[in-house]
Design a binder for this molecule. Structure first.
Ligand SMILES: NC(=O)c1ccc[n+]([C@@H]2O[C@H](COP(=O)([O-])OP(=O)(O)OC[C@H]3O[C@@H](n4cnc5c(N)ncnc54)[C@H](O)[C@@H]3O)[C@@H](O)[C@H]2O)c1
Ligand SMILES: [Zn+2]
Length: 348
């Protein structure tokens, strides 16, 4: 259940009371421990919780950090009736969600997303996991949080890059929903990034995700729509990590969306003006990840590991127009390389 909270302390208190756990464990990363935990000041249960802190950064969404959480839970007497609260961005909600889902075959957990990206995407929908062998989210399970409590006050300490990273997923939700939603997204002032103005957009955007997840929680069908931009996006993200210039998830998705809008254009006649408007947003606000011809094969190779593939084809979700979703679209290696040519032409 997702709660849009105006008062994080009273809402969290209520959720904790409903869960009635024997012990509470609170997972933060080194940043959210300092920036976010102080906002949960007045809850007795939080003051008495066992705190677990892991290093921040997506490189730490790995087996070593996961094992340290399991070990902490085990050594500090967590039982099947315990509760884990994940206070952080997508790294924490993914890893903490997976730790909770697997510890003693599953304990309950609450996500309190502290980044826009986690609020709009990672913390909801139940996908949890870690990176493994250089591949994003290679190991994981789908198991939703008892509660996801969203409060924009946490975002006040986020830098502009992390705000934009989250906004990329909001652009994705708008592109897969309808033209009015997309127009609203285009009108938001990305320079000023006023959180009060963001709230209604955030709610609309999350409803897009929740409505899709409710129809197809196991991603057998329409949930694949949420992967729009992510086949290229995850490949860019993994490549950036391999090349030692790690890109934020939302930035990688933003570049991935550009590529998949282009694929949509050549394969399904998506109108070109959508592509031009979108490209302009990237140019003005996000910039581009630089790739060269030598990166094409590694990008293709990374795509072959994508969880969305069935058999040996590379599977995409594409759009024939805004809100007109076509899942299970495969593309050839030639089409993928042509898309990368396009990306390199428009990326200055
Ligand atoms: N499970 C899903 O469905 C899903 C969906 C999208 C993304 N993800 C995953 O989410 C992760 C990306 O999420 P993210 O961008 O939130 O990453 P993140 O958790 O690494 O957070 C980004 C940075 O912001 C810091 N931070 C967090 N909250 C802060 C705050 N309030 N103020 C200041 N700094 C803060 C973090 O310490 C980190 O340095 C990736 O691992 C991605 O794979 C999962
Ligand atoms: Zn994403």
């Amino acid at each position: 259940m997702t709660i849009f909270s105006e008062n994080i302390n009273s809402d969290l208190q209520q959720c904790i009371s409903k869960i009635n756990a024997d012990n509470i464990y609170l997972l933060t990363d080194s940043t959210t421990k300092n920036d976010c935990l102080p906002l949960l000041t007045s809850i007795e249960a939080i003051k008495n919780a066992h705190n677990i802190t892991i290093n921040s950064g997506d490189d730490n969404k790995n087996l070593t950090s996961l094992a340290s959480v399991w070990e902490f839970l085990s050594k500090n007497h967590a039982s099947r009736k315990s509760l884990l609260i994940n206070l952080g961005g997508g790294m924490i909600t993914d890893l903490g969600g997976f730790a909770a889902s697997t510890f003693k075959r599953g304990i309950r957990y609450i996500n309190i997303p502290t980044t826009l990206l986690a609020a709009i995407d990672a913390a909801t929908g139940g996908k949890t996991g870690i990176n493994f062998c250089g591949l994003k989210n290679e190991i994981g399970v789908i198991n939703p949080a008892e509660y996801v409590i969203i409060n924009v006050d946490f975002f006040r300490t986020l830098d502009q890059e992390n705000l934009l990273s989250g906004y990329a997923e909001m652009m994705k939700h708008a592109l897969i929903s309808n033209k009015e939603h997309w127009r609203n997204i285009l009108h938001f002032d990305l320079e000023a990034f006023r959180l009060e103005c963001l709230k209604p957009l955030l709610k609309d955007s999350l409803h897009v995700k929740e409505a899709i997840v409710a129809k197809d929680p196991k991603e057998e069908n329409i949930r694949k729509a949420l992967n729009f931009g992510h086949t290229f996006g995850h490949a860019f993200e993994s490549l950036s990590h391999k090349q030692g210039k790690p890109a934020l998830h939302g930035y990688a998705v933003a570049w991935g969306i550009l590529c998949e809008l282009y694929l949509s254009h050549i394969k399904l006649n998506l109108p070109k003006d959508i592509l031009s408007v979108y490209r302009q947003i990237l140019k003005e606000h996000y910039g581009f990840y630089t790739i060269n011809c030598k990166d094409y094969e590694p990008i293709f190779e990374l795509m072959t590991h994508d969880k969305k593939n069935e058999s040996s084809k590379i599977n995409f979700t594409l759009l024939s127009n805004i809100g007109e979703i076509k899942i299970n679209q495969s593309a050839t290696k030639e089409e993928i390389f042509e898309t990368l040519d396009f990306y390199r032409e428009v990326a200055p």
